[in-house]
Structure formats: C-alpha cells, structure tokens
Design a protein around this ligand. Structure first.
Ligand SMILES: NC(=O)c1ccc[n+]([C@@H]2O[C@H](COP(=O)([O-])OP(=O)(O)OC[C@H]3O[C@@H](n4cnc5c(N)ncnc54)[C@H](OP(=O)(O)O)[C@@H]3O)[C@@H](O)[C@H]2O)c1
Length: 259
C-alpha cells in the first residue's frame, strides 16, 4: 500500500508517525514538500517516507491519498489537481463537504472524511470517520480506534465534541488555581489533578460497558462530596453551558460547510 499526503503539517505528521510505528502494511508514504518543517524530518526519520514536490505526482503514485491542507486554501489547491476514479481519498480537512472536494478534484473516487487528533501519533485517540469505509476504518483502528459516523450530522457532532479540549483544561486550571488560593503549590496541584483525571480516563476506557451516567453514580456516595459538587454544577447551569457551547460550535461547522 502506498499512502500519499497533500499538506504535511501537524496532523499529517502525527498520522504518519503513528502509522509507521504500527504493523499497518505500508510500502511507501509520499508526502508533499510543504510544509518543509515536518516533511524534512519525516523523511529523515523513516525510510518509507519520500518527499514529492508535485501534488499531482503524489495522487498519481499513491493508492490512498490524504488531503490535509487548511480549509481556506483547499479549493485553490485541489482545483489544480485531478484524482482518477480508482484512487481512495481521505480528507482530514475540516468542514469541507465531500461533494465539493469531488468536484474540485474532478473525480468520482471513493471518499471518506476523518478527524484524527494529535494523539494518533501515540495510538491514543479514537478517530471519527464518515462514512466509514472498511479500509479507512482499519487504518485508524491502528492509531487508537475508529468510529464510523452514519450521517454527516453525526460526523459534525464528533467534530463538535473535539472542541471540548480547551474547556477540559480550563476546568483543570480553574481547579488548580482554587487549590493554590487555599495553600497548594501550583506544581503539586497540577500533578494531583492530572493523576486524578488520568486515572478516571483509564478506568473509563477499561469499563466500556458502563455509561457515563453509571460512572457518575459509581463516583458519588449518597450525601457525599462528589454528589455535592455534581449537584452544584447542575444547579449553576454547568450542563446548560456545555450544551449551548456545543450547539453554537455545531451551527458554526454547518455554516462553514455551506459557505
Ligand atoms: N491539527 C489538528 O489537530 C487537526 C485535527 C483534525 C483535522 N485537522 C485538519 O487538518 C488539516 C491540516 O491541519 P494542520 O493542523 O496539520 O495544519 P498545518 O500544520 O497548517 O498544515 C497544513 C500544511 O499544508 C501545507 N500546504 C500549504 N499549501 C500547500 C500546497 N499548495 N500543497 C501542499 N501542501 C500545502 C502547509 O505547508 P506550508 O507550511 O509550507 O505552508 C502546511 O504544512 C486542516 O484542514 C485541519 O482542519 C487538523
């Protein structure tokens, strides 16, 4: 299998490094010279990686081609290219609909969209794929797992969910600052909270049959401190704030897709 990457930025780098450290069968990875910051190092680090200056040559030589340029230049870059119908295309580009990319690439080739996150480099994140072709699912399974979105709304829902990362760290920072105000060193508070939430994530991953609601019950003694914080969070509209934020991000993704 020969993979091609048009746009060698942060996310291509993570996908390539992740894949080349699994047993996924890859003969060659052909990457665009742009961006040079990543492509030069990838070619130096892996024998299978080869740099190509011409994007059309990447499409012509690879079996499965990943599109990973920024959304704002996607039309310009892809319109200058043609993808034969026997190629497999995987777009990592946020918001751009498959039909637009097919028109720009003048192709009826098989097409998936995917949202890998940087942790794929360490095989440590689940990637949402739409519509979820078997070969693309198998590839992302190697990078930590894959979920197939049955509809474009479900796929955009995963993209929306991925926007929770900064809020997670905001909650940790806010909690650490509260502990500092009550006498902790910031370093100790950070270490304590990172281990607390890391442990919770590990337990959650190890018990896939338990819903989050069941985990809330499992971590709340009736009348105890965890139950108290959860009730205050609810009373202070914490869940409403999260749903409002997700609604707004979802609407933004839909607006960008129809622009
Ligand atoms: N980062 C994430 O966590 C993430 C997650 C999911 C999806 N995505 C999506 O993945 C795509 C790439 O994101 P990124 O974070 O990897 O961005 P990035 O680091 O800015 O990478 C984009 C790359 O495209 C290259 N490029 C620009 N013009 C090109 C051309 N004509 N031909 C070939 N390559 C060209 C740029 O090279 P130069 O540096 O030379 O300009 C740059 O290296 C985006 O559409 C983004 O929405 C990102």
């Amino acid at each position: 299998m020969k993979l091609g990457f048009i746009g060698t930025g942060a996310i291509s780098d993570a996908v390539i490094r992740g894949l080349l450290t699994t047993d996924y069968p890859i003969d060659q990875v052909i990457i665009s010279r742009r961006g040079d910051r990543f492509s030069t190092k990838l070619a130096a680090d892996f024998d299978q990686v080869r740099i190509e200056d011409d994007n059309q040559a990447i499409i012509d030589q690879a079996d499965m081609i990943f599109l990973a340029v920024l959304p704002q230049i996607a039309k310009d870059v892809l319109s200058s290219l043609t993808a034969p119908n026997d190629k497999k295309l995987v777009s990592l580009i946020a918001t751009i609909p498959i039909d637009d990319m097919k028109a720009w690439l003048k192709t009826d080739a098989r097409f998936d969209r995917a949202i890998p996150l940087p942790a794929v480099e360490h095989h440590a994140c689940v990637t949402a794929v739409y519509p979820g072709s078997d070969d693309v699912m198998a590839l992302f399974e190697k990078l930590g797992g894959a979920v197939a979105a049955k509809t474009i709304d479900a796929f955009d829902g995963y993209a929306t969910g991925s926007a929770l990362m900064a809020t997670y760290f905001t909650m940790l920072e806010s909690s650490a600052q509260w502990m500092v105000a009550h006498g902790s060193d910031y370093t100790d508070a950070r270490r304590y909270l990172a281990a607390l939430f890391g442990g919770l994530s590990e337990n959650t991953l190890k018990s896939p049959d338990q819903s989050f609601a069941a985990l809330v019950d499992g971590h709340s003694t009736p009348g105890g401190l965890n139950e108290q914080v959860a009730k205050t969070f609810e009373r202070e509209q914490g869940c409403t704030a999260i749903h409002t934020a997700l609604d707004e991000v979802f609407a933004r993704i839909k607006r960008a897709a129809s622009a």
